[in-house]
Design a binder for this molecule. Structure first.
Ligand code: NAP
Ligand code: ZN
Ligand code: ZN
Length: 348
């Protein structure tokens, strides 16, 4: 299936039109017409080679919402016409201990939606900045019928990446939860923590985001550059989610945790962060990481968002504006997720 897409040919060239081939429909596959695709900061890190290991041409995009246009003969969960989602994963080994525990994101042979070896084409996987995608039904999600489709796309990465660690660390009613960085992940983190009943505090470096943070559901907003404001929050948090995409001081946040509190890092700055071990030792605090979520938990998150009417705050863009959107993402100029309207790819 010839498919129009946008790709980067090198780490320093802009994304531009690119033709790719999608595989023929297998027995268990769903062919999806992509309607909307969110723009994650991981797309940018990968396209620009900031983490190393990018194969080019690179077609990013792992926040996909679309419509099933054909289904393989043995597909059971989906029918033509269904509204479906695809997130960061499109396959895994399905037999290892991680897969058996519904944690496919940690499988040694997990296949990410883009920039992973693709056994079907002997090339690499190409993501959602494209007209169509073919995915095994085991990795296709059902989209709640009551949510706006474009604003649902970011749930497939930003939603699950913030939902999963909050669940794992038992965030619940009455706890004090911090969210560091009010970008795509951060603003979803605020909405989800609020829906779980937490008292939510946003830490931002951008003074112009204060009013938005409150509108999004935060109970308090701290300017993280202001030492006095930070001081007032010492030793008071049960859990902090750090979504920052660039170099920053995590020790300042560890000191804000109560005894036994946890800070989970989901942002992946390209450079190492420095750790003052004393901030962990005093207070038996812990520092963890978390990677997206498995397929079962992603479906749970989508259903939770359906029940709580949670979607992302988005700026819908035509694909022709993608390079501008990347530049704005680096400057923290996004409210709060760009989503590509894939109709623009057909038009142009
Ligand atoms: P984003 O929309 O660009 O948001 C990042 C936020 O970090 C910014 O809005 C900004 O918030 C803050 N920030 C940026 N530069 C900063 C700096 N120099 N110092 C302090 N704060 C800064 O990005 P995103 O899409 O949410 O992604 C965030 C990170 O998570 C990326 O590294 C991405 O690769 C990673 N990620 C990880 C996973 C996972 O599974 N672990 C999944 C998806 C994404 P303020 O303006 O409020 O300060
Ligand atoms: Zn992502
Ligand atoms: Zn596995």
């Amino acid at each position: 299936m010839k498919t129009n897409a946008y790709a980067a040919q090198t780490a320093t060239t802009p994304l531009a039109p690119f033709d790719l081939q999608r595989r023929d429909l297998g027995l268990h596959d769903v062919a999806i017409e992509i309607l909307y695709c969110g723009v994650c900061h991981s797309d940018l890190h990968t396209v620009r080679g900031e983490w190393g290991g990018t194969a080019y041409p690179c077609v990013p995009g792992h926040e996909i919402v679309g419509r099933a246009i054909s289904v393989g003969a043995q597909v059971q969960k989906f029918q033509v016409g269904d509204t479906v989602g695809v997130g960061c994963l499109v396959d895994s080994c399905r037999t290892c201990v991680n897969c058996e525990e519904d944690l496919e994101q940690f499988c040694d042979n997990t296949v990410f939606t883009y920039n992973s070896p693709d056994k079907h084409t002997n090339g690499i996987t190409y993501g959602g900045y494209s007209e169509r995608i073919v995915v095994d039904e085991a990795f296709v999600l059902k989209v709640p019928p009551n949510l706006d489709l474009a604003a649902t796309a970011p749930l497939l990465c930003a939603g699950i990446t913030t939902y999963s660690p909050m669940h794992y660390h038992n965030v619940t009613t009455g706890q004090k939860v911090g969210v560091v960085g009010l970008g795509g992940l951060g603003h979803m983190g605020v909405k989800i923590a609020k829906a779980l009943g937490a008292h939510v505090v946003v830490f931002t470096t951008s003074s112009h985001k204060v009013a938005d943070a409150i509108r999004l559901g935060a109970d308090e907003v701290v300017n993280s550059k202001n030492a006095d404001e930070m001081q007032k929050q010492l030793k008071s948090f049960d859990f902090i989610l750090d979504t920052v995409s660039a170099q920053h001081d995590i020790n300042a946040y560890l000191l804000l945790l109560k005894r036994d509190g946890n800070l989970t890092q989901v942002g992946v700055p390209p450079e190492p962060l420095s750790l003052n071990v004393g901030s962990l030792v005093f207070g038996r605090r812990s520092l963890s990481g978390s990677l997206i979520g498995g397929i079962k938990e992603t479906q749970e998150m989508l259903d939770f968002c359906g029940q709580h009417h949670i979607t992302a705050d988005i700026e819908l863009i035509p694909i022709q504006k993608i390079n501008e959107a990347y530049d704005r993402l680096v400057k923290n100029d996004v409210k709060y997720r760009f989503v590509i309207d894939m109709a623009s790819l057909k038009a142009g």
